[in-house]
Design a binder for this molecule. Structure first.
Ligand code: PGA
Length: 251
């Protein structure tokens, strides 16, 4: 059966020193936790030291982006080969901030998904509707398009390796969480779409995280829903104790 994964997304936060301090504290707190996957997404500059800081522990490190080529004339970009070489195991892809500020398309995100899989790392593919989509009754349509786009051209075996993070854009960093019922309903529709693409067996193995103002005080209710298999946590992943409280809610 699918795994519950609690992942942090630090975004553009933390110097190297701050990253190592947080991870050193976190790995002590989560010692012995084995029923939940624990991942921290750190900025590129902190990845090397982050991987070293959690070595031998149950905390895994994610990058927050990648360029879908192995090497070449792409000034300022970072390749999957470089991430793999550092010991990075997950890559957050298609976050709504990247879709919005950097104009990333489903097609480009799909190239990244394939590049990350090709190098034996796990994509965390973010999808989610904006407020105006939800208000216009387009939630399922938007998520379906992003799922179809992100998973395009993959086999069932490849699809199983992807973690989906459903993050309603209106809930990110706003303190507004989807109610557990609304989140569950949307997660179910996403799994239904995956079922149509890859069949029930594959769809049932795909971890679908919820993201958007998940906090220690609302995590338990969200994580109790049948189709919510973990969380992608921004603000509340910056402090080890807050993040650990969310992990405890998943145990
Ligand atoms: P938030 O961010 O928890 O601060 O709302 C979630 C995310 O953007 O991944």
């Amino acid at each position: 059966m699918r795994k519950t994964i609690i992942a942090g997304n630090w975004k553009m936060n933390k110097t190297n020193k701050e990253a190592v301090e947080m991870l050193t504290e976190l790995k002590e707190l989560v010692k012995g936790v084995d029923s939940v996957g624990i991942v921290i997404g750190a900025p590129f500059t902190a990845l090397s030291d982050a991987v070293k800081a959690v070595e031998g522990s149950n905390v895994k490190i994610a990058a927050e982006n990648v360029y879908p080529k192995d090497s070449g004339a792409y000034t300022g970009e970072v390749s999957p080969v470089m991430l793999k070489d550092l010991g990075v195991e997950y890559v957050i892809l298609g976050h709504s901030e990247r879709r919005e500020y950097f104009k990333e398309s489903d097609e480009f995100i799909n190239e990244k998904v394939k590049a990350v899989l090709a190098h034996g790392m796990t994509p965390i593919l973010c999808i989610g509707e904006k407020l105006e989509d939800r208000e216009a009754g387009r939630t399922d349509e938007v998520n379906k398009t992003q799922i179809r786009g992100g998973f395009a051209g993959l086999t069932g075996e490849e699809a199983k390796k992807i973690v989906v993070a459903y993050e309603p854009v209106w809930a990110i960093g706003t303190g507004k969480t989807a109610t557990p019922e609304i989140a569950q309903e949307t997660h179910k529709a996403i799994r239904q779409e995956l079922t149509e693409m890859f069949g029930e067996e594959v769809a049932n193995e795909i971890t679908i995280q919820y993201g958007g103002s998940m906090k220690p005080n609302n995590a338990k209710e969200l994580l109790a829903q049948a189709d919510i298999d973990g969380g992608l946590i921004g603000g509340a992943s910056l402090k080890a104790t807050d993040f650990y409280d969310i992990i405890k809610a998943a145990l």
